[in-house]
Design a protein around this ligand. Structure first.
Ligand SMILES: Nc1ncnc2c1ncn2[C@@H]1O[C@H](COP(=O)(O)OP(=O)(O)OP(=O)(O)O)[C@@H](O)[C@H]1O
Ligand SMILES: [Mg+2]
Length: 281
């Protein structure tokens, strides 16, 4: 499913002394099946933008279309079945006494029959790589990484066509991060759903996404293929961002070893490039 944003502006606490313009004339198009990153400094409007995709926030002006349908006119229940959003620290919203009930929450709200709920929960759990044996446990008995995966499973259970992840790996250790990125990549490849990743980690964005949208003070500063964006280090740095750290190292190495390709933005690519060089030297 596609997303089209036209002239979107959003003002918090409009008409009060605390009025805050969080989005200003944002125009954006995300095609069905794309994997897009959204980056930008703290307070640039990333979370405000994505909350318009499932109708949680209503535009102060402008339009949002999901698969060509104006969100403003859409049935919210239907919209939220199509657009699943995993918020920052989603495990803070786990509140049921068992993992089963937490993952089932959205399906129960959709009013599905019990059998379908049970099947949906099991499938979502296996997608995020958790065993069925934890279904009867309390989410609070689990590790931080597992709790995060349970929370994501609750969003996946409704089988959204668009999945939006707001900092899905924040606060997790490297292993917990990898586990999450593994199934997100798999989901994208196997089901072809549209995925939007909001992240402060340039490394993660470089590794996963094809296209990046860069936000700055409520506006889109630039957008384009991930590589092209990360090549533009000067402009990124001007707005408080950077390219992935490994790309700076590769640039420095290239000063000494001119044959190296400097368009390298992930550790994995760097490793490949350096091994290639060592073999030939
Ligand atoms: N509920 C709110 N009430 C008032 N102002 C808000 C509210 N939520 C966000 N803002 C303000 O709107 C602007 C955009 O915030 P938003 O949360 O969208 O940024 P963000 O890019 O997601 O930041 P972060 O990287 O820290 O998550 C900021 O100036 C923020 O202070
Ligand atoms: Mg945010």
């Amino acid at each position: 499913m596609s997303i089209v944003v036209e002239g979107l502006s959003y003002v918090y606490m409009k008409g009060t002394p605390y009025e805050k313009v969080a989005l200003e004339d944002v125009n954006l198009k995300i095609d069905s099946g794309e994997f897009v990153g959204i980056i930008g400094h703290t307070g640039s409007g990333k979370s405000t933008l994505i909350q318009h995709f499932n109708g949680l926030l209503k535009p102060s002006s402008g339009k949002v279309y999901i698969n060509g349908m104006d969100v403003a006119g859409k049935n919210l229940k239907e919209l939220r079945r199509q657009v699943g959003i995993v918020f920052q620290y989603p495990e803070h919203q786990l509140f049921e006494e068992t993992v089963f009930k937490d993952v089932a929450f959205g399906l129960v709200k959709q009013g599905l029959p019990e059998k379908e709920i049970a099947a949906g929960v099991k499938q979502a759990l296996s997608t995020v790589g958790l065993p069925e044996s934890i279904l009867d446990k309390s989410p609070f008995e689990l590790s931080g990484g597992q709790r995060r995966r349970v929370a994501i499973a609750g969003v996946l259970a409704i089988n959204p066509n668009i999945l939006v992840l707001d900092e899905p790996t924040a606060g997790l250790d490297p292993r917990g991060k990898d586990e999450i990125f593994d199934f997100i990549s798999y989901l994208h490849k196997s089901r072809g759903i549209t995925i939007i990743l909001v992240s402060h980690s340039m490394e993660d964005v470089a590794k996963l996404t094809k296209r990046v949208v860069v936000m700055n003070n409520g506006r889109i500063e630039m957008e384009g293929f991930t590589w092209d964006i990360f090549r533009n280090t000067d402009r990124l740095e001007k707005i408080g961002l950077s390219a992935p750290q490994i790309s700076y190292l590769m640039k420095r190495l290239k000063a000494v070893i001119p044959q190296l390709n400097e368009d390298i933005f992930t550790v994995q690519e760097a490793k490949k490039e350096l091994l290639k060089f060592l073999k030939h030297s």
